[in-house]
Design a protein. Structure first.
Length: 110
């Protein structure tokens, strides 16, 4: 098998691509939005909030957790999920920086 194409890119580029891929499904965006709207970590009640089967939601939660966008803590028989603020802050800083660069370039670009 050949070299993974990700080896041609730096760590920041690969990390951002992983985060964006995890956010690249509307169900995952809905999960993030739901987690932002509740006061506490959620334990299982997200199935009642989305029009998806429990195994499908579990798979989306797994993808978000693997990308470090959410955190999951085991409480009894349930896993409680919440937003990983550090990762969201990382994305915010990236897009803020990108926006600043665009504002500077705006005067000189088509």
């Amino acid at each position: 098998m050949g070299i993974s194409k990700t080896t041609f890119f730096n760590d920041t580029q690969n990390h951002l691509a992983t985060l964006c891929k995890a956010l690249g499904h509307p169900a995952r965006i809905a999960i993030i939005q739901y987690l932002l709207s509740v006061e506490n970590c959620i334990c299982g009640d997200i199935v009642n909030e989305l029009p998806l089967a429990q195994p499908t939601i579990s798979q989306h939660l797994k993808e978000l957790k693997n990308a470090n966008l959410i955190k999951g803590n085991i409480e009894g028989n349930a896993i409680c999920y919440c937003i990983n603020e550090q990762t969201i802050q990382y994305l915010a800083e990236y897009f803020n920086h990108t926006s600043q660069l665009l504002a500077k370039k705006k005067a000189t670009c088509c």
